[in-house]
Every structure is written in structure tokens, then in C-alpha cells.
Write a protein that binds this ligand. Structure first.
Ligand code: NAP
Length: 541
């Protein structure tokens, strides 16, 4: 046997290291170049695009309209790009991301197929040293984590997976060449956004589909369709105002008039007419933003939840299946609201069966399929639509520490602690794009990415101008921010759901509400104030 060779590569010296080359990492490269900084992104995938590179399952599509879900930093870009449909498919979004990389010449600054394994900050030299699984050693004063919030796919620890004779897949690790389910008996485990989008497509192709649902999720019709030329031209004519207006909305998405009254202030018939209109229009934002208190008042929320439950009962013909699909364990919108095309209708097909994985959990994957506590199912393929170790997974996968022995994994054992979701006390010069404690996942992600990276770029400029070499979040500011994030969350209905926002989908993960749900305007105001006060709550050295 040939001796194992250890590849030692020359140390790479940079001004900033970017981890990840999805939408966040690419925008980071663009901004850092604008500051005259030498930067490089390290990306585990063999292509750029992050979420949109990995999640290629059938039916994968964004649930925010494309004219909103796109970069705003270049007016030329947003004017020239043509979105073919109201909601972008995974393929179309990936094409867009690749176009952006080429148009702004970012590709050469990305190292693909390379996973960052450790990141260590030296308190004496104020330098981060990052190592990768390919043997790179990279040194830079700043490290920018653009690692994504839903980038650590998770297959539950089922007994027996290795014995399965068929093929199995996870939605977040879908094979590039696609999967042909024709003639197969397929089992799908999981009914979150990924499952809900994928199930109609698999049902249309497979011989038989069994869906194992543990928790029913609310889903609204997307009403996707080709981009209407008038819609596109009006939007593009008003792009700068639309982008600006988005910052004044809680979810960072413009075009929906702010609600003015409680759902309970409106007579039932009128309220149901309003819900009906929104159901016909499609999309989740207008529905949740229809009344002021749908996410803060349980009685108000019940009216919207019951409206959707009745829709499900109206669509799904089999009564048992309809009741199983009608969510009753959480208020609508407190888990990520799904958007679908023909999801509920799919259960009227003769080749689709819904099973209740709550009353009869999946116990074991067997050679020929799977066994629940009630029954054995023979399957040729199993698809795990079981989600991600959200928000903290990707950062905790990297061994992040400082020279004095502080480890991020240890610090975050009881849940993530950040100041503004941007920095972590004890870890100087490390910025996180849309980290836990920021509104990122509760907003139009690209708006939040741009807002974060713009703030980081301004901060780096400030440090350079003032001759500082180190910025570090203060413990006190961090604690106050974490308390505030919690306090705001507990004024809403969000904590009533066992969601990935709470870490509830990962056995053993500490349950704390991770995103900031105070809305984009309050958050941006706070970030801007902190900067205006000379980076209040941070120690600059
Ligand atoms: P998810 O929302 O976390 O859903 C995972 C599903 O798997 C849940 O139904 C969960 O049930 C189930 N599950 C997990 N472990 C299980 C087990 N041991 N037995 C049975 N069922 C199990 O994951 P996702 O659907 O991939 O979506 C994650 C997030 O990605 C979304 O919320 C959204 O933010 C984003 N996303 C967006 C889009 C879009 O833009 N259209 C599409 C896909 C995903 P429980 O609920 O009972 O835990």
C-alpha cells in the first residue's frame, strides 16, 4: 500500500476569507472587492449557488416572487434579467446566480469542492487561520461566514438505513442528473416546504407514492404562471422605489398594503371573503399580512387557520386523508408557511397514500422498504424531505475557536448567542451573514443578505479609516440582544410551533427561538443606529 501523502500547500494570505459561495458569499466577494480587499470564497459544492445548487428535487422553486427575490445592488442587472415565471424554479435561480458571478467577474475568486474544516482566531496577531479538507491554509484578518441557514441536510437517525436495497435521497443533496421514479414504489418522509413542493411531481411519475407525515403543515396555492409582460414592466419601471419600500415591510417584501385592523374587528363573512381573495391571488405574504394580528393573537389566527383547514377539506375527497392533512397542532404561519402547486389535489390520485407518522412513527428502514410501529411498507426508493440542522448547523460543523481556547460549539451549546446576528462575543473579526438573532430567514433572504453585507462593508471601511484591527461584540450587548430577540418572539405565536426556528426538528438540540421576528424596519434601524454611534456594543481595538 502506498504511504498516505499529506498535501501541504503554501499558506494563502488574504484580507478576508469568505466561507460559502451562495447568494451571500458571492455578494460578499463583490462588496469586498469594492473596498479594495483581497478575498476568496471557499465552497464545498462543485458549483456556486448554495441552497440553489444543492436543492434540485423535482418541483424545487422559490416561494418569494422572482422580481423581489433577486439582487438589488445593480440596477442594470435587475433591469436586464428576465424571469420567465412568477416564482423562479431552482434551475432558473441557479442560472441567474451563475449569470451574476460572470457579469461581476466573481468566479475566479471562488475555490470549489473545498470544505472549510477549522477557523482559528489568534488574539495576538488578530488573524484568522482557516483550513480546508483539501489541505489549504488561509490567513486573513477577517472571516465572513456565508454558510447559509438551511445548508446542513439531516436524515433522521433511523435504524437500518444501510440495509435498504433500493435508492434513497435527501431533498437537500439531490443528484445533479435527476432521478427517474417511473414504475417505482416511492416513500416520502417529511411534509415541510420541500416535501410539499416535491410530492405532486413524484406522484405524477411514480407507480405508487406513500407519504409519511408526522406533522401536517399549512400550505397555500402559489398560483405560479408565466411572467406577465405588464407585471414585469411595471415592476421594473418602479424598481428603485420597490426595493426601498421593501425595507419598510416586516418581511422585506414590497407590494402588499400594510394591514390596518385585527381579524377580529371584521365580520366573519367579510373576513372569509378577504381570505378567499388572497387564496385566489396566491402567495403567503399577502395572506399573513392581511390583518395586523394574525401572528400575535391566537383567536385572530384561528380564523385564518380554520379557513385553510376548510379549503383542505374541500379539496381532498377522502375524509380521513383530509383530516390528517388539516394542521391542528400549530397556528398558521408559526411554522414556515408552504406554497404549493396541486399539493392537496395530489391526495385525490389513486396512486397516492398518506400515512400518519405521528401515531405510527417510522421505526426502521428495512431491506425492502420501511417499517412503522404499525406496518411494513415495500418501497423501491425513499426520499427524505426531513429538513436541515437549521441556522446553527453549518457553523457548528466548522471547528471555530480562538487562541485562548474558546469554541463556538461550546458557547452555543445552549442555543446560539450573537449580537444582531452579525457577530459573536469572544470571536473577533468574524462576521455572520444572516446569522441566528437576525431576521434573515423570516424575510426575503437576498434583501437581508445585502443589508448584512452592506453593514459589514461599512464597518470594515470604518475600521480601516480609523486604523483599528479588531472588532468584537461585547458580552453585555450580546446578552441584551439575545434577551430582546426572545422577548419579541414571546410576544408572538411563533413559539407555539415545534419548528426548525426553535431547533425542534433536531433531537437533543436546545430549544430557543433563533430568528429575530421584530421585522426588517426595526432591525435595520437598530443596525444603522449601532453603526452611527461608532459601533455601539462592539469593542474596537
Ligand atoms: P422542514 O420544514 O424542516 O420539514 C421536514 C419534515 O420532515 C417535517 O415534516 C418533519 O416533521 C419531517 N420529519 C423530520 N424528521 C422526521 C422523522 N423522524 N419522522 C417523520 N417525519 C420527520 O424541512 P424542508 O421541507 O426541507 O424545509 C426547510 C425550510 O427550507 C423551509 O421551512 C423553508 O424555509 C426552506 N425551503 C424553502 C422553499 C421555497 O422557497 N419554496 C422550499 C423548500 C425549503 P415535523 O414537522 O413533525 O418535525
Amino acid at each position: 500500500m502506498a504511504p498516505k501523502s499529506t498535501v501541504t500547500r503554501p499558506k494563502i494570505q488574504l484580507d478576508a476569507i469568505v466561507v460559502g459561495a451562495g447568494l451571500g458569499g458571492l455578494y460578499a466577494l463583490h462588496r469586498l472587492r469594492g473596498l479594495g480587499l483581497k478575498a476568496r470564497a471557499f465552497e464545498a459544492g462543485d458549483g456556486i449557488g448554495g441552497t440553489w445548487f444543492w436543492n434540485r428535487y423535482p418541483g424545487a422553486r422559490c416561494d418569494v416572487e422572482s422580481l423581489e427575490y433577486s439582487y438589488s445592488f445593480s440596477n442594470e442587472l435587475q433591469q436586464e434579467w428576465k424571469w420567465p415565471e412568477r416564482y423562479g424554479t431552482q434551475g432558473e435561480i441557479l442560472k441567474y446566480i451563475n449569470h451574476v458571478a460572470d457579469r461581476f467577474d466573481l468566479r475566479a475568486q471562488v475555490t470549489l469542492n473545498t470544505r472549510v474544516t477549522t477557523a482559528i482566531f489568534d488574539r495576538k496577531t488578530n488573524l484568522w487561520t482557516v483550513t480546508t479538507d483539501k489541505g489549504d491554509v488561509v490567513e486573513a484578518p477577517y472571516c465572513i461566514m456565508a454558510t447559509g441557514n438551511l445548508s446542513t441536510p439531516r436524515v433522521p437517525d433511523f435504524k437500518g438505513l444501510q440495509n435498504f436495497k433500493g435508492k434513497w435521497y435527501h431533498t437537500g443533496l439531490w443528484p445533479k442528473e435527476g432521478v427517474d421514479f417511473s414504475g417505482l414504489r416511492v416513500g416520502v418522509i417529511g411534509t415541510g416546504s420541500s416535501g410539499v413542493q416535491m410530492i405532486p411531481h413524484i406522484a405524477a411519475q411514480a407507480k405508487h407514492l406513500t407519504v409519511f407525515q408526522r406533522t401536517a403543515n399549512f400550505s397555500l396555492p402559489a398560483r405560479n404562471g408565466p411572467m406577465e409582460p405588464a407585471r414585469e414592466s411595471t415592476h421594473k419601471a418602479n424598481y428603485p422605489e420597490r426595493r426601498k419600500a421593501a425595507y419598510d415591510t416586516p418581511f422585506g417584501i414590497a407590494g402588499h398594503p400594510p394591514p390596518t385592523q385585527s381579524a377580529l374587528d371584521v365580520p366573519e363573512a367579510e373576513r372569509n371573503r378577504a381570505y378567499e381573495e388572497k387564496w385566489k391571488e396566491g402567495g403567503s405574504i399577502s395572506f399573513l399580512y392581511g390583518y395586523t394580528d394574525l401572528l400575535t393573537n391566537k383567536a385572530s389566527n384561528d380564523t385564518a387557520s380554520e379557513f385553510v383547514r376548510n379549503k383542505i377539506r374541500g379539496i381532498v375527497k377522502d375524509k380521513r386523508t383530509a383530516e390528517l392533512l388539516a394542521p391542528k397542532d400549530h397556528p398558521i404561519g408559526t411554522k414556515r408557511l408552504c406554497l404549493d402547486t396541486n399539493y392537496y389535489e395530489t391526495y385525490n390520485r389513486a396512486n397516492v397514500l398518506l400515512e400518519d407518522a405521528r401515531s405510527a412513527p417510522v421505526e426502521e428502514i428495512t431491506a425492502n422498504g420501511l417499517r412503522t410501529t404499525a406496518k411494513q411498507y415495500d418501497l423501491d426508493a425513499i426520499v427524505f424531505a426531513t429538513g436541515f440542522d437549521a441556522m446553527t448547523g453549518a457553523l457548528n460543523e466548522i471547528d471555530i475557536r480562538t487562541s485562548d481556547g474558546t469554541r463556538l460549539r461550546d458557547k452555543w451549546e445552549g442555543g446560539p448567542l450573537t449580537y444582531l446576528g452579525l457577530m459573536v462575543a469572544g470571536f473577533p473579526n468574524m462576521f455572520v451573514i444572516t446569522g441566528p438573532g437576525s431576521p434573515g430567514v423570516k424575510t426575503q433572504m437576498i434583501l437581508s443578505i445585502e443589508q448584512h453585507m452592506d453593514w459589514i462593508a461599512d464597518c470594515l471601511k470604518h475600521l480601516k479609516t480609523k486604523g483599528y484591527h479588531r472588532i468584537e461584540a461585547e458580552e453585555k450587548a450580546e446578552t441584551e440582544w439575545v434577551d430582546h430577540v426572545n422577548e419579541v418572539a414571546h410576544k408572538t405565536l411563533y413559539p407555539l410551533a415545534h419548528s426548525w426556528y426553535m431547533g425542534a426538528n433536531i433531537p437533543g438540540k436546545t430549544r430557543v427561538f433563533m430568528p429575530y421576528v421584530g421585522g426588517v424596519p426595526a432591525y435595520k434601524r437598530k443596525c444603522d443606529e449601532v453603526a452611527a454611534k461608532g459601533y455601539e456594543g462592539f469593542t474596537l481595538a
